[in-house]
Structures are given as structure tokens and as C-alpha cells.
Write a protein that binds this ligand. Structure first.
Ligand code: HSE
Length: 306
């Protein structure tokens, strides 16, 4: 009997919450995993799947293997074989948590296939270790808006419901930007005043979340620790953000490590999307627009496939 899991896209950082804030979005990748009879078979359909390997280096498979190894069941992978079907809506390597969907999906599917030998806490810790930072994986697991970090090797997570009325317009430029490249653009030290700015904004954003105050939450999104250094890697981003604001967005920031941008609003999604597209186009970059909402539900088992 196989399993099917659905994992949401995520946007990390939300401006000043670098490596700390994440939010789940209404765009999904789905995985079906079942025992096979001819070794490993992986198929992938949907957004950007031509970029994904379908051999043992596939991230979904690597995550599945971690669960089998941790539970002492690795031999079953050889004995029984495995069939993995991947259906992707989330663009690959664009700052919308596609690798987190693969890691979380693989871990959750394998755990279900084996009859739930591992706890949620164990799976989250494995996911954070594989991804390297907690923001995308914790929001893909818990949904909503998640503030998370590592504390003495354990993952601390506080989840909030997104402020009501929040809508999102995501502009996805037609080029990839690897997180590693985007992290390499960061300086080794920042001015003291910039660190204080982010500390202040990120802390107040948590207070705004506790109050469910959408306008306050969005008005605090100016970042000084990473966007400034990353924007040059995303031609048109500065103009697209300025135009989104002119068109009525409450705020607009880099989604995760980019290159996608995410604008937050209560309405006017169509004109905000067009404005962002125009901003990119002026720099010769085509961008696809996604009108999304935050979602409360993180990774979910959809059903058993007999
Ligand atoms: N917080 C990470 C970064 C997210 O900004 O590098 C990567 O998706």
C-alpha cells in the first residue's frame, strides 16, 4: 500500500527575519511513494521537473533514505524497491522552498510508509539538518507563519496564524538562483546599526503576529542584512518592488534567497502583479505571476493508494 503527501511552497525571511521566519503558501508539490519491484523508479511531472534528477541523487529519495537508515530498514530499499512519483507546482530554485518540499515530503512519506516509526520532532530535526536552515522546512511542516531556530541542537518552533486578509503576489523571474550563490553574496560583517535595525523590526513583527495586525506586520518588513547584497543578483528586483508598492502593495520583499519577489496586500493583486512584471521587463527579465494566499496547513498525508 502506497502513500501520498502534499507539501506547500514556502517563502522564507519575510524581510528582516533572515533564516528565522517562514510562511506556507497555496501552491503545492505532491508525492506518491510505494514499494516497487524493479529497484528505484522516479518520475516527475509539472513545474521545472526537467531540472530534477530521477536517480539516487534525487532529494526526495535522499530524504526517504534517511528515514530508512535511521530506523535500521535500509535493506528494505534494496529488497523491495521503491516507486516515487513527483507532481510539482512549485518552481524549482526560485526562492519558494522547492528543496524543502522535497525533503519534508520524502521524510513524511517514508515515515508513513514504514508505519510512523519516527516522531514529528525527530523528522523536523532531520529536515533542518538536510536543508541547513530551519525557515523553509518548519513552515512547510507546520503551515501558517513560523518563527524557528536551533537551540542546543534542538529546533525551537513557534507557529502563528497569518493575519487575516493577507494576500500575496509572487513574481517568479525566468532564471534560477541557487541559495548557495545568494548566500555567497552576503558580507562577513554588517554595520552595528543595521543589525539593530533588523533585531528591532523582526522582534516587532512577532508582536504584530501575536496581535494579528496585518498592516503593522507588513510595515516592518524593511531588511538591512541580506536584500541589499542580493538584489544585484536579481536584475529588475528594485524596480519591481518599487512598482508593487506604488500599485498598492503593503510591502514587497525578496522571497527567501530569491530570485522571486513576494508582495503582500489586501486587494489589487492583478495590478500589483502587472506592476511587478513591468518592473522586471524594464530590465529585460520576464517574470511569471502567481496570486497566492498564506495557508494554515503544512505537510499533509492525502490518502492511502491501494
Ligand atoms: N533563509 C534562507 C536564505 C532561505 O535567505 O538564504 C533560503 O531559501
Amino acid at each position: 500500500m502506497g502513500v501520498r503527501v502534499r507539501i506547500p511552497a514556502t517563502t522564507a525571511n519575510l524581510g528582516p527575519g533572515f533564516d528565522t521566519f517562514g510562511m506556507a503558501l497555496s501552491l503545492y508539490n505532491t508525492l506518491e511513494v510505494d514499494w516497487g519491484n524493479r529497484g528505484l523508479q522516479i518520475s516527475a511531472t509539472g513545474n521545472g521537473t526537467h531540472l530534477l534528477p530521477t536517480d539516487e541523487t534525487n532529494t526526495v529519495y535522499l530524504a526517504i533514505k534517511e528515514v530508512f537508515a535511521k530506523t535500521g530498514k535500509e535493506v528494505l530499499l534494496q529488497e523491495r524497491g521503491l516507486t516515487i512519483s513527483i507532481h510539482n507546482q512549485v518552481p524549482v530554485t526560485r526562492g519558494l522552498g522547492s528543496s524543502a518540499t522535497a525533503i519534508v515530503g520524502g521524510l513524511w512519506a517514508a515515515n508513513e510508509l514504514l508505519g510512523y516509526p519516527l516522531s514529528e520532532t525527530e523528522l523536523v530535526e532531520m529536515a533542518v539538518k538536510m536543508e541547513g536552515h530551519p525557515d523553509n522546512v518548519t513552515s512547510a511542516v507546520y503551515g501558517g507563519i513560523v518563527v524557528s531556530g536551533l537551540l542546543d541542537h534542538s529546533v525551537y518552533v513557534r507557529r502563528f496564524s497569518p493575519p487575516s486578509g493577507m494576500k500575496c503576489v509572487v513574481a517568479v523571474p525566468d532564471f534560477q538562483l541557487a541559495t548557495r550563490t545568494s548566500r555567497n553574496a552576503l558580507p562577513s560583517a554588517v554595520p552595528y546599526a543595521d543589525a539593530i535595525h533588523n533585531l528591532n523590526r523582526a522582534s516587532m513583527m512577532v508582536a504584530a503576529l501575536a496581535d494579528g495586525d496585518l498592516h503593522m506586520f507588513c510595515s516592518l518588513m524593511e531588511d538591512k542584512l541580506h536584500e541589499l547584497y542580493r538584489m544585484p543578483l536579481v536584475p529588475g528586483s528594485k524596480e519591481a518592488i518599487a512598482r508593487a508598492r506604488q500599485a498598492g502593495a503593503l510591502s514587497a520583499v525578496l522571497s527567501g534567497s530569491g530570485p522571486s519577489l513576494i508582495a503582500f496586500c489586501e486587494s489589487d493583486e492583478e495590478s500589483i502583479g502587472e506592476a511587478m512584471q513591468e518592473g522586471f521587463r524594464n530590465m529585460g527579465v520576464e517574470a511569471e505571476i502567481y496570486r497566492l494566499t498564506p495557508v494554515e496547513q503544512g505537510v499533509a498525508s492525502l490518502s492511502c493508494i491501494s
